[in-house]
Design a protein around this ligand. Structure first.
Ligand SMILES: [Zn+2]
Length: 112
């Protein structure tokens, strides 16, 4: 039995909503320092209604060879994987123009 898409009403094999959704997601990738100085990579801006965030987390964990979870619409990966995450998302059809890597370090203002 194939799933029917809520958006276009087509069976999943024929539906292109997901591809389109990936292209237009404005994704932010940044790292935060957690307790005990552990770095986490946070992926934010994924629309849970359009993207299977659990599945995406699984793929990212496999590609980055790290642990991680999806919660509150964010994906958290253990360690700093900002650059790799962008690569993987691009490979999956997310538009790299819409993936913003943010430097989360405070006080490190860059001037050009
Ligand atoms: Zn659809």
């Amino acid at each position: 039995m194939s799933k029917i898409c809520d958006v276009c009403g087509l069976p999943e094999e024929l539906c292109a909503c997901d591809d389109f959704a990936r292209e237009v997601q404005a994704v932010k990738v940044f790292t935060v320092r957690r307790r005990f100085g552990k770095l986490m990579t946070i992926i934010e801006g994924i629309d849970e209604h359009e993207i299977d965030i659990k599945d995406l987390t699984k793929t990212l964990k496999a590609k980055c060879a790290c642990g991680g979870t999806a919660k509150n619409g964010q994906i958290e990966l253990q360690g700093d994987h900002k650059v790799r995450v962008k690569e993987v998302l691009s490979e999956m059809g997310f538009s790299s123009d819409n993936i913003e890597i943010r430097d989360s370090k405070k006080g490190g203002k860059k001037r050009r």
